[in-house]
Design a protein around this ligand. Structure first.
Ligand code: ZN
Length: 284
């Protein structure tokens, strides 16, 4: 279903960009009931039929007056440039968290933690949730415990993580909000066991971390030294992965965990003279 009414004042509109990374496409959300609505995320801008969906969802008497962007990824912000003026109010504003490492979107306003965006029946509070990307923001309606999650957690499957330590902190921050309903950037809306859904993302990462520590505690690698390369660790943790592309993605994931564990002071690495970086556990 390309247009789904989630609540009387929340409409999910699919970005029409399905793919292996986007599941059935990017979810965008129209918030509010009046003439002036909020649009959260904009799709990738490659699918003009999306504009027809937006027009249908808005109806003849309302336009978008505020655009909130959860993070810079193209499938969330790419549609901004091509949104037809007929769907926007003349004074519409664009809001995105600014970050020193990410090029600012022209004309967009920074989003501060805790900033409120109001619709007729709800107050959406910005919750800074870095990790998927450094500029990631979720939006929380505390009164009804509804959370717009962006790509922090998806409706199904796991998400790509850019930096694991802040990502884990963001998951915990969201769990502490005790949301009842999750409106994710991809995949179905989560209406049951929302906190458990987020907790599963935490336990999935903890399980990987434990596995990696177990590998590093083992000295039976190739040279018996207890120093492991990322590839060696990946081969043990993901024994069934043979496809080189999937293996590369898996070793990137392992690498994220290694950097986090190093930050935590639990493992160390050495640069073996031009060869691959090798990792070892710090004995306690
Ligand atoms: Zn993303």
């Amino acid at each position: 279903m390309s247009i789904e009414r989630v609540a009387c004042d929340i409409i999910r509109v699919l970005g029409l960009n399905p793919g292996p990374m986007t599941l059935q496409g990017t979810n965008t959300y129209i918030l509010g009931t009046g003439a002036r609505r909020i649009l959260v995320d904009t799709g990738d801008g490659q699918h003009p039929a999306y504009h027809g969906l937006l027009a249908t969802a808005l109806g003849p008497n309302s336009r978008i007056s505020q655009i909130l962007l959860t993070h810079w990824h193209h499938d969330h912000t790419g549609g901004l440039a091509t949104l037809p003026e007929s769907l926007l109010t003349l004074d519409h504003t664009v809001h995105k968290r600014q970050h020193p490492y990410i090029a600012a979107l022209r004309g967009s306003k920074d989003i501060k933690d805790g900033e409120l965006f109001a619709t007729e029946h709800r107050q959406w509070r910005a919750v800074l949730t870095p990790g998927h990307t450094p500029d990631h923001v979720a939006f929380f309606d505390a009164e009804n415990a509804v959370l717009i999650t962006g790509d922090l957690v998806l409706g199904q499957g796991t998400t790509i993580v850019g930096d694991l330590a802040p990502y884990m902190r963001s998951l915990q921050r969201v769990i502490d909000l005790e949301p009842r309903i999750l409106l994710p950037g991809h995949g179905p809306v989560v209406t049951a066991n929302a906190v458990k859904h987020v907790e599963e993302y935490v336990s999935h990462r903890r399980m990987r971390e434990k596995q990696i520590l177990e590998v590093l505690a083992d000295t039976s690698n190739e040279d018996g030294s207890g120093w492991w390369t990322v590839e060696e660790i990946t081969a043990v943790v993901y024994p069934l992965v043979k496809d080189p592309r999937v293996f590369r993605a898996a070793s990137n994931n392992v690498k994220l965990h290694l950097y986090k564990l190093k930050d935590d002071g639990r493992i160390t690495c050495e640069d073996s003279a031009g060869g691959a970086v090798r990792w070892a556990i710090i004995a306690c």
